[in-house]
Design a protein around this ligand. Structure first.
Ligand code: NAI
Length: 344
């Protein structure tokens, strides 16, 4: 079966890790045609007037699926965040970020067997971007919480948990202080939880206490349900359990199966163009893309390709073939080549 997906190489390390992901997907035998589009700084540099050009949005709407490298939003030039814009304009309301202990990657938490999935509400909260300068030295940032979006993400979290055989959803909130806003988010989660009683367990934790418990015993957590900002912060925190941003993939889901797959990390300008970036997070995101295609099109070849890529990168890591962020000595390209060798 032939598939077409949008590829957004992105900025900074984006083109390097995207090249690696495309190379690995092809080596695994998946038949994907990539419709390459620009977003972020590279779109502006290519002459677009917006960080998220209309042509890119249209392509994602047409193909319903994309693999996206990290994008840089130019700071202080009046551009809104390309990622926030993408998620809002395509209504990609749910971010899914799996964090798992990787074979061969030693961390302080190696013995814990971390296997957490963060589900983050992507469209509102403080990321609604409503900020006002009230007077000199006084700024307000409005946190938007709607019942519709809170119910939608709670339903998504439980459906996700149930469909993947996961046993518990933990909602993290600050409803003791933000009684109305976080209170509404919490209430929606509690009401959804009642519908899943006996099938998926539920707990709620105040976010500060939850963070302490997370670092004490990450293995007692399963699916985390968070509003936008908490999900953003917790994604990086949890990445630290398993080896950092180089091994944390992600996906943003919208209505009607639309999905944009991207790593949690950013464009890493400090190492861009140096063949140092770890492409694994984007390669793992591509594996998630293949599994999504397999599910939405019943194409078993996509599942087979996803499994082969997973086995190949696990084999590399176990053999100590890794990039420098994971203690190895390989550059971006050599690591991608090492995975492809195992796929040959
Ligand atoms: P970052 O994730 O780009 O970098 C944080 C640190 O992690 C840096 O030291 C970097 O070298 C390292 N790192 C990140 N990815 C890595 C990889 N694959 N391999 C090895 N090391 C890696 O976060 P930062 O510095 O806060 O943001 C840089 C730019 O990225 C900003 O313009 C930001 O807006 C953008 N960004 C874009 C995202 C996206 O497109 N989804 C997400 C987060 C940030």
């Amino acid at each position: 079966m032939q598939h077409t997906a949008v590829l957004i190489p992105g900025d900074g390390i984006g083109p390097e890790v995207s090249d690696a992901a495309v190379q690995v997907v092809a080596a695994a035998g998946a038949t994907i045609t990539w419709d390459t589009c620009q977003a972020g700084l590279s779109a502006i540099e290519a002459g677009a007037s917006a960080v998220l050009p209309e042509v890119t949005l249209k392509a994602i709407k047409r193909h319903q699926i994309a693999l996206k490298g990290p994008c840089t939003t130019p700071v202080g030039e009046g551009f809104t965040s390309v990622n926030v814009a993408l998620r809002k304009q395509l209504n990609l309301f749910g971010a899914v970020r799996p964090v798992r202990t990787m074979p061969g990657v030693g961390t302080r938490y190696s013995d814990c067997g971390v296997d957490i999935v963060i589900i983050r509400e992507n469209t509102e909260g403080l990321y609604a971007g409503i900020e006002n300068q009230i007077s000199a030295g006084v700024v307000t940032s409005l946190k938007v919480v709607t019942e519709a979006a809170s119910r939608r993400i709670a339903r998504f979290a439980f459906q996700y948990a149930a469909s993947r055989g996961r046993h518990k959803v933990t909602v993290l909130h600050k409803a003791n202080i933000m009684k109305l806003g976080d209170g509404l988010f919490l209430r929606c989660a509690q009401e959804e939880a009642q519908r899943w009683e006996g099938r998926v367990a539920f707990e709620s934790l105040i976010i500060d206490a939850g963070c302490m418990r997370l670092v004490q015993a990450p293995d007692r957590f399963d699916v985390l349900l968070c509003e936008n900002l908490y999900g953003d912060v917790l994604s990086d925190l949890c990445a630290g359990f398993v080896g950092g941003l180089g091994v944390t993939p992600g996906a943003n889901f919208g209505e009607n199966e639309m999905a944009v797959f991207e790593a949690v990390h950013g464009s890493a300008p400090d190492i861009a163009g140096q063949n140092k970036a770890n492409p694994l997070a984007l390669i793992m995101s591509a594996v998630m893309l293949l599994r999504h295609l397999a599910q939405s099109t019943n194409d078993e070849a996509c599942t087979a390709a996803a499994n082969r890529i997973r086995d190949a990168y696990n084999g590399c890591l176990l053999a100590g073939e890794a990039t420098t962020d994971l203690g190895g000595s390989l550059g971006t390209r050599a690591f991608a080549d090492a995975i492809c060798m195992r796929l040959a």
